[in-house]
Design a protein around this ligand. Structure first.
Ligand code: PLP
Length: 396
């Protein structure tokens, strides 16, 4: 078989404003760090970067957990890691489901032979802790799992009550913080989270490819006392932990340049400061919502359950979902997300994650969306941009 090497052009995707559910825009510093020479994964210089990345991850997770490391793979690898290391056949596992990612944890639980108990909430709403309390009553529970920030709907579930319910039932508390990590306050130790995982491409603004996880002491004890071997070789944290811990025992080759990128993105978070970063996400979210509502559009999630980094808006009557998203991308280089599952075709998901959460992106998006909808003869009120700008002016 012969191929013409000249038919393959250099990669040149052009620039985009990534306002979807991830990946978010990656700052040049992170791309630059990735372009540093690849060195050996046991090179002393690299081991230093690994230690520093772990230190920075603990800062972001707000934890002292020694077991804190980035799993090779995207956020779903962190999810799989968090379940495969703890769920043994027959274990009672309660999963809160209010969107796609809760469903994914159900799928994993069943694959592992866990006895699945679901507590559901309407898509676009938070999980009600009282419903969880009722479901837990009288059960021997191994694990209670919840998605903090449901990226498929834009709903945020409060964690404190759920942590108490899990611990009163003698269960481990597992939290998917893929989208909330580094974008809003999620404190592993203060909240009493035993197992948490995230991803790099959301509010960290690093390319996809790693999944930070952290396990607390209760979780480590459960892991060490398993009756059966962890059924995944690659994601067995007993073994991976020996490479990230003092032993430096080879398990699989670290994703060297991705770890450079992760370390750099975490360094940027530390320079900005966590609180400042949360405030920035919240301010841009408020401006975006003010702009959308001033135009006459409405948000899916009730105000007190909204995520700052993922904004779900109902598609207005008469607007063409696919045309709107395509036009935003082609004419303005703005990517937004489509609806998923129950919300497919009914909503748009507008991400303001990490580096993307900036006034210029919010203001450009509002005017681009207005123009795109007017092109389709959708009736809108004017003043979206002004309403958003007023939120910024008030804050400054
Ligand atoms: C994105 C996401 C995931 C999955 O991450 P991938 O990087 O796509 O594998 C899991 N949970 C939530 C809440 C997410 O937003």
């Amino acid at each position: 078989m012969s191929i013409d090497p000249h038919s393959f052009k250099e990669i040149d995707p052009g620039k985009r404003i990534l306002m979807g559910p991830g990946p978010s825009n990656v700052p040049p510093r992170v791309l630059q760090a990735m372009a540093a020479p690849c060195i050996g994964h046991l090179d002393p210089e690299f081991l230093t970067y690994m230690n520093e990345a772990q230190q920075l991850l603990r800062y972001c997770f707000q934890t002292r957990n020694p077991f804190t490391l980035p799993v090779s793979g995207t956020g779903s690898a962190g999810m799989e890691t968090s379940l495969v290391n703890f769920v043994e056949p027959g274990d009672n596992v309660l999963v809160c489901v209010n969107g796609v990612f809760g469903l994914r944890m159900c799928d994993l639980t069943l694959r592992l032979g866990g006895n699945l108990i679901q507590v559901k909430a309407e898509w676009g709403r938070a999980i009600d802790p009282e419903a969880v309390r009722r479901a837990v009553k009288g059960r021997d529970l191994k694990l209670l799992a919840v998605v903090h920030a449901e990226t498929s709907t834009g709903a945020c579930t409060t964690l404190e009550d759920l942590a108490d319910i899990a611990h009163e039932a003698g269960a481990l508390f597992l939290v998917d913080m893929v989208t909330s990590f580094a974008g809003m306050d999620v404190a592993v130790d203060r909240t009493g989270i035993d197992i948490a995982f995230s991803g790099t491409q959301k509010c960290l603004s690093c390319p996809p490819g790693l999944s930070p996880v952290t396990f607390g002491s209760r979780a480590m004890e459960v892991l060490q006392n398993r009756k059966t071997k962890v059924p995944s070789w690659y994601l067995d944290m007993n073994m991976v932990g020996k490479y990230w811990g003092a032993h430096r025992k080879y398990h699989h080759t670290a994703a060297v340049n991705m770890i450079y990128a992760l370390r750099e993105s975490l360094r940027i978070v530390a320079e900005e400061g966590l609180e400042k970063r949360w405030e920035r996400h919240f301010l841009n979210h408020r401006a975006l919502v003010a702009g959308l509502e001033a135009m006459g559009l409405s948000m899916v999630v009730p105000e007190r359950e909204r995520l700052p980094m993922l904004n779900t808006v109902w598609i207005p009557e008469g607007a063409d979902d696919a045309f709107t998203r395509r036009h935003l991308l082609q004419a303005y280089a703005i990517e937004i997300g489509a609806g998923l599952g129950d919300l497919a075709g009914r909503v748009w998901r507008v991400g303001l994650m990490g580096h993307t959460a900036q006034p210029r992106n919010v203001l450009l998006f509002l005017s681009a969306l207005e123009a795109t909808l007017r092109k389709q003869n959708i009736e809108l009120r004017s003043g979206g941009m002004e309403a958003a700008a007023a939120v910024y002016e008030d804050a400054w």
